[in-house]
Design a binder for this molecule. Structure first.
Ligand SMILES: *[C@@H]1O[C@H](CO)[C@@H](O)[C@H](O)[C@H]1NC(C)=O
Ligand SMILES: *[C@@H]1O[C@H](CO)[C@@H](O)[C@H](O)[C@H]1NC(C)=O
Ligand SMILES: *[C@@H]1O[C@H](CO)[C@@H](O)[C@H](O)[C@H]1NC(C)=O
Ligand SMILES: *[C@@H]1O[C@H](CO)[C@@H](O)[C@H](O)[C@H]1NC(C)=O
Length: 471
């Protein structure tokens, strides 16, 4: 069949048409698989090479779709009723040029990983810069990258000079723009009773906005944030709203059995602070601190410090041999928190054995009982020093059944050889040996090697001495 057709080719042209007709006629009889075109990715059969029915020997070529190309035209031939590829590879996406860089920015892929047809990149600005272009992505099209190259411009925060005439702004640049990270601080005039409402400092942020709105200078007002439970307050002048400078508040307790503790009136200062703390309403009670040789009895439980409600009676007595109560034995707490009579005292009487004092002993043998006015002296242990400075005393005196006075022994300082070695120190006169020095004495250190940090001559103060260090 092929041969007969081949022979016909050399006939005259008028016969060629006949041959085509015959050949077709012959071929069309068996089912022809070349009627189904093969699939090629990203390519379509060229319209020009399509035919209604194909016969063996027919060729078709593929056109790459838009955005794709192949080095050689993809060609198939119809052979034994199937299409066989005889040329060309595949249609691969066309490449775009390397994208251009922009100052203060860079690009990254949005879709795709290569600069080929269909890939999209977007530009981003580096910190302190912002995108000035509305469109900042570019896609690789058949004709190259679409859209214009975007631009990044420096972030600038705006400053409105007419914001607040009283507001004092610090840190404004003289001529340049206010860039990302720039800080402004604020204050209000010292005089005039104004305070800053809002932040003391704001920062120009990465997107060109301020970290918070600008503050204002507003008339100072004093806070009314304390609890004023059970209180009656009176404002002077009698106005509503925030309390301004010079205005004041008077307090009184509104409940029975309560009394005001603290200031009766507080005034708002020009800086927005009160001239004193808010008072409180406390329960009315009578109070007293008993001397050691005094006992008190009442319906309530009483201790060394007594506190009773109005109308309570307190019965007092004196402890110890020979002690005498001066004043009323039974006193009452008045409505106003005062005692009905002068609080009594216990006088005279004997004292027990003198108290133990750390690091010391009494001079001489201590007895079990002492009479009014007797004195006991103490002596400190070796290297300890008796402190005779106020509030300490040289001795204790028995007064009204109590030991009056305050004995204290100042501690010596001790520095071990370990500590000296650790600091690289030597003693000026004794080299490396343990020191034990009483309160008030000086010790001089030296550095056998290196330099000294700290002072060389140091005083012992109640067991504490600053030590230098050799470096
Ligand atoms: C193609 O072949 C079919 C039969 O296989 C026939 O009916 C049809 O007319 C042919 N078409 C052309 C355009 O020759
Ligand atoms: C600017 O950035 C800040 C934080 O960095 C953010 O809180 C604010 O909402 C941003 N403002 C605008 C207009 O994008
Ligand atoms: C009341 O406000 C002042 C200033 O704002 C503050 O110093 C104070 O602690 C506040 N007092 C209370 C009880 O919240
Ligand atoms: C006396 O020494 C003891 C034990 O060391 C101590 O707890 C106490 O606080 C010392 N008393 C005074 C008044 O220093």
């Amino acid at each position: 069949m092929m041969r007969s057709c081949g022979k016909l080719w050399i006939m005259r042209s008028s016969l060629i048409i006949l041959c085509v007709w015959i050949c077709r006629g012959i071929e069309s009889s068996p089912p022809n698989d070349c009627s189904k075109y093969p699939n090629e990715d990203n390519a379509d059969v060229s319209e020009l090479s399509k035919k209604g029915n194909h016969s063996v020997g027919d060729k078709i070529v593929f056109d790459c779709r838009i955005g794709y190309s192949s080095l050689k035209k993809i060609t198939y031939i119809c052979s034994d009723n199937e299409w066989i590829k005889i040329r060309g590879e595949t249609c691969s996406p066309k490449r775009c040029e390397l994208p251009e860089d922009i100052p203060n920015g860079q690009y990254e892929f949005v879709t795709g990983t290569d600069f080929v047809f269909g890939s999209t990149i977007k530009y981003i600005c580096k910190e302190g810069f912002q995108m000035a272009s509305r469109v900042y992505s570019r896609t690789c099209r058949p004709g190259g990258w679409d859209n214009m190259l975007p631009t990044c411009e420096e972030v600038v925060c705006l400053y409105d000079k007419m914001r607040d005439e009283m507001l004092q702004v610090h840190g404004l640049p003289f001529h340049e723009d206010i860039r990302y990270g720039h800080k402004l601080t604020f204050s209000c005039p010292e005089t005039g009773g104004l305070t800053l409402e809002g932040p003391k400092e704001i920062t120009c942020q990465v997107n060109g906005t301020w970290s918070s709105p600008f503050p204002k200078c507003v008339e100072a007002t004093c806070p009314l944030n304390e609890t004023m439970e059970g209180m009656t307050i009176e404002r002077s002048p009698d106005v509503e709203g925030p309390v301004k400078q010079g205005q004041s508040i008077r307090f009184s307790c509104s409940e029975n059995g309560m009394k005001l503790k603290g200031l009766t009136e507080i005034t708002c200062l020009p800086n927005g602070e009160w001239n004193g703390p808010f008072p409180k309403c406390d329960e009315i009670r009578c109070e007293a601190i008993l001397s050691k040789n005094m006992r008190a009895e009442s319906d309530e439980q009483l201790a060394h410090e007594i506190s009773v409600k109005p109308h309570q009676k307190v019965t007092l007595s004196c402890d110890g041999k020979g002690s005498k109560l001066i004043g009323e034995r039974v006193i009452t707490c008045n409505q106003d928190g005062q005692w009905s009579n002068t609080f009594p005292i216990c006088t005279g009487g004997t004292c027990g054995s003198p108290p133990h004092v750390n690091n010391s002993d009494t001079v001489g043998f201590a007895r079990a009982e002492y009479t009014e006015g007797e004195e006991v002296k103490y002596t400190c242990f070796n290297k300890y020093t008796l402190d005779t400075q106020h509030p300490h005393t040289k001795s204790l005196i028995c007064q009204n059944g109590e030991w009056i006075g305050n004995i204290y022994c100042l501690k010596p300082c001790s520095v071990s050889v370990d500590v000296l070695e650790e600091r690289g120190l030597h003693l000026r006169f004794a080299g490396l040996s343990r020191i034990f020095s009483p309160h008030g004495e000086y010790i001089t250190f030296i550095c056998p090697r290196g330099r000294m940090i700290g002072t060389s001559r140091n005083q012992c103060i109640d067991g504490v001495m600053e030590l230098p260090r050799c470096v």
